[in-house]
Write a protein that binds this ligand. Structure first.
Ligand code: PEP
Ligand code: MG
Length: 542
């Protein structure tokens, strides 16, 4: 099995055969043109033909109610008339005395490079359009047909260096399971198409053309391509795909409906996210909010600490995209299984029982202050709450609240906007937190039960150790009692309580959670509607 990582453009799973679309361009010959005005005339004629082709494509896509694609072809027509492009071609013909094909190719490449350097993501994506229009003109000039994808019987995972907008539009959509390209951008036309087709797409993936014909799995959520998967991996992904398919099927039925039991009890269903990219999944699955934003993903996979601005932009984007829906940002939870080199954490005998999460943050208030500043600044742009992980003592939350107040004070002194309604909550994921939940409830605005860690700590079974799976029973009566106790403590003091560990998505548990009066369940986006379905089928009367 080969596992390759790229950048996710659109989530979803695909399992099938890889088909490599070899659309490499043929070299354009540089010739000396004796008669520049004849070359100019050839260019003008080819450009008019290209515009006519584009108009035909535009009409075709418009008739197929594909407005997005039609717009691309309109833009291409305008680009062909762009004076910068025309001047660059004419200059090549006149001053360098080259053939029209070569002049067009040079003009396309040079201008495309200019676009590719631009800061704006949308403008960068237009680099591909420039190459696309110049290829079209070159094909007309040289009388060669552009390559198209050969039709297959079975739908395939399409692998290509890059797909030009016009190649993408001419694909038979019923034959594509997923897109994987080496180049391209998240705003490219392939990306737009993948989103509108709802199929997984990955860019920036360094594949090998010899993968053609091999069986593969595309995990669009993780940006992964796995070729020649082993039995176990295949089974794992078949299950995930089935879950995802079911969630999609439910989407049509349940989108926009309330999370309400047959006897009228309601509950919030939120989504867990790891970064800005996941918000789209949360919204698509109709999550009522974000119940857990695992902010440590902003710190992982980097060389150095993310600064305040980087974090602020991420939190702000999530808050804005969620458009007033609640976003609970968990402060940094590194240590244990999540190692970050630049923190220089010493090796530990028992990392899971060690130096992690708020234990690091309380020791390194500078790190937490930066994060809290970013979170508070982002609170001016949406409905943000903050939540602290791995709490075991009352003094910890008291110290965290002091730090929070200090940061609020600093921002006020600096006249920086933030919302003064940002709630603070704690995760209940240690047995100690459960046992002192009454005291904690008096200190905070809400609880969120992290059943992943709570299970490992209550049952003394390392969550990372597969041999302990039979001992990590999240339905264990000890764990259920811990959950009950936490919910009762929260409600005794009028505080809301959610569950954000994996158990929240276990639909065998939904009735139990509803009976306890849990206020919110936060689950992986693809499970939001499955949990809604379970809630709507529950009757607490009998
Ligand atoms: C948990 O422990 O249940 C939780 C949600 O946090 P994480 O899985 O990130 O430790
Ligand atoms: Mg945890």
């Amino acid at each position: 099995m080969v596992k390759l990582q790229g950048t996710r453009v659109f989530g979803g799973y695909a399992i099938g055969t890889v088909s490599f679309f070899d659309n490499k361009k043929e070299a354009v010959e540089r010739r000396h043109a004796a008669d520049p005005s004849a070359e100019e005339a050839r260019f003008n004629e080819a450009r008019e033909k290209a515009k006519a082709e584009l108009q035909a494509l535009c009409d075709k896509t418009m008739n197929a109610a594909d407005d997005e694609s039609a717009k691309i072809f309109e833009v291409h027509q305008m680009m062909l008339d762009d004076l910068d492009f025309e001047d660059a071609v004419m200059e090549g013909i006149r001053t360098e005395g080259v053939n029209a094909e070569y002049a067009v190719q040079q003009a396309g490449q040079n201008l495309s490079e200019v676009f590719a350097q631009m800061d704006d993501e949308y403008m960068r994506a237009r680099a591909a359009d420039l190459l696309d229009i110049s290829d079209r003109v070159i094909a007309i000039l040289s009388g060669k047909k552009k390559k198209t994808l050969s039709p297959t019987d079975e739908p395939v995972i399409l692998l290509a260096e890059d797909l030009s907008p016009s190649e993408t539009v001419q694909l038979d959509r019923s034959k594509i399971l997923a897109f994987v390209t080496r180049f391209g951008s998240v705003n490219s036309h392939t990306a737009i198409l993948a989103r509108s087709m709802g199929i997984p797409a990955i860019i920036g993936l360094d594949f090998d053309a010899a993968m053609d014909g091999h069986q593969a799995i595309v995990d669009g959520y993780g940006g992964l391509l796995l070729t020649d998967p082993d039995e176990e991996t295949l089974k794992h992904y078949e299950e995930r795909k089935q879950q995802d398919d079911e969630a999609r099927a439910l989407l049509g039925e349940l989108k926009g409906k309330e999370n309400i039991t047959l006897d009228g009890r309601t509950i919030e269903i939120f989504a867990n996210i790891g970064g800005v990219d996941d918000v789209e999944d949360a919204l698509r699955n109709d999550a009522g909010g974000v119940g857990l934003f695992r902010s440590e993903f902003l710190y992982l996979g980097r060389e150095d600490y993310p600064d305040e601005e980087t974090q602020f932009q991420a939190y702000k984007t999530v808050a804005e995209k969620m458009n007033g829906k609640k976003v609970i940002i968990r402060t940094l939870d590194i240590g244990a299984d999540k190692r970050v080199s630049y923190f220089d954490l010493p090796p530990e005998e028992n990392p899971a029982l060690g130096y992690r999460a708020i234990r690091i943050c309380l020791d390194r208030p500078d790190v937490l202050r930066t994060q809290l500043r970013a979170i508070l600044r982002a609170s001016a742009f949406g409905n943000i709450a903050v939540m602290y992980p791995m709490i075991a003592s009352v003094w910890e939350i008291q110290r965290l609240k002091e730090l929070f107040a200090e940061v609020q004070g600093d921002l006020s002194d600096e006249h920086i906007a933030f919302s003064d309604e940002v709630e603070q909550g704690v995760m209940i994921e240690t047995p100690a937190a459960v046992l002192i939940s009454e005291e904690l409830a008096q200190e905070v605005d809400f609880f969120s039960i992290g059943t992943n860690d709570l299970t490992q700590y209550v049952l003394a079974a390392d969550r990372q150790n597969p041999r302990l799976a039979p001992y990590s029973d999240a339905h264990h009566p000890a764990l259920l009692r811990a959950i009950r106790m936490t919910v009762e403590s929260a409600h005794r003091y009028g505080k809301a309580v959610g569950i954000c560990g994996e158990l929240a998505a276990d639909t065998l548990m939904t009735e139990f959670f509803l009976q306890l009066g849990v206020d919110e369940l936060s689950v992986t986006p693809s499970m939001v509607l499955a949990v809604r379905d379970a809630v709507r089928k529950t009757d607490l009367r009998g």
